[in-house]
Design a binder for this molecule. Structure first.
Ligand code: BEZ
Ligand code: FE
Length: 299
């Protein structure tokens, strides 16, 4: 049956025929033994079909969509995860985080994990330096890790990672250097401190199909300047978050919708001549930021 024939059909019959396909597909999943999986498959069918009916998807558009998803798969490997990037720019990652980490009163909010975390980052002592030679302005980062009742959490593991001032993470360097990342443990009173780099804005990888999508939509690939944290401690929920730099104009247009107001922090600028908190001699301007971290109880 060609499209002309279909368009001559009574609109009510046509709508019924369209719904009939949906109903039959939903029904085809009825015997899925795993209840949760069945629910997901049937709901996916319902919403996917509703979307196609809503936009009256043409066959040419369907082909373009298939081509796009094929290329998203083709560019992905163990270092490049274009599907996660797609989820990020569509806001799906942040939506999933929001559903799974509802705000706990008084606890630090979560945000997107991103693709640049590495296991086995070097350990530094309190007051150590995470830069490992990555370029950028030094930044003194300090604070305390506590629970929601204010109890200090000693021995919490803090993982931190960030891009250099050219917008690259170490995993994007040509060589195997480890830089701009480390882990450390809080002291007896939950305190922590380290030298990092003042965060600067950088683009998410945009040389693939997700970059094309952003380009077509006149959207920026730039992320607001940020520093990543992952904090874990026994009996507390794992926190994956960032801090953002107050005043950064990109806070409004972060490519992955990761900004939450509570995570925007004031980074105080300092000149080279000002003494640093730990007496380290710094020959350039530097900054400092305080980030007190509150972990929610384990769920
Ligand atoms: C990041 O912040 O590292 C990141 C997050 C989402 C997509 C790309 C990068
Ligand atoms: Fe990042």
């Amino acid at each position: 049956m060609g499209p002309e024939t279909v368009s001559n059909v009574d609109p009510i019959d046509r709508a019924e025929a369209e719904r009939d396909v949906t109903a039959r597909v939903i029904d085809s999943f009825a015997a899925t033994p795993d209840e949760r999986f069945r629910f997901i498959l049937q709901s996916l069918t319902e919403h996917l079909h509703a979307f196609v009916r809503d936009v009256r998807l043409t066959e040419a558009e369907w082909e373009k969509g298939i081509d796009f998803l094929t290329r998203v798969g083709q560019i992905s490997d163990d270092r490049r995860q274009e599907f996660i990037l797609l989820s990020d720019v569509l806001g799906l990652s942040m939506l999933t985080i929001g559903i799974n980490h509802p705000v706990v009163a008084g606890a630090t909010e979560s945000t997107v994990f991103g693709p640049f975390f590495l296991e086995d980052a070097p350990r530094i002592a309190l007051g150590g330096d995470i830069s490992g030679g990555a370029s950028g302005e030094p930044c003194w980062v300090s604070g305390r890790v506590t629970g929601i009742d204010g109890e200090p959490i000693a021995g919490a593991r803090i993982e931190v990672w960030e891009a250099d001032d050219e917008g690259h993470y170490d995993v994007q360097y040509e060589d195997e250097r480890v830089a701009g990342r480390a882990h450390l443990f809080t002291g007896d009173q939950g305190e922590y401190r380290f030298w990092g780099l003042t965060p600067t804005p950088y683009p998410i990888p945009h040389d693939g199909p997700v970059g094309e999508l952003l380009d077509h939509a006149h959207r920026t690939p730039m992320r607001a300047s940020h520093l990543h944290f992952m904090v874990t401690a026994p009996d507390y929920g794992r926190l994956v978050t960032h801090i953002f730099v107050a005043g950064d104009p990109r806070l409004e247009t972060d490519a992955v919708f990761g900004v939450k107001e509570s995570l925007v922090k004031h980074f105080s600028p300092h000149t080279a001549s000002e003494p640093t908190p730990d007496g380290r001699v710094v020959h350039t301007s530097w900054s400092d930021v305080v980030f007190d971290i509150v972990l929610s109880p384990e769920r």
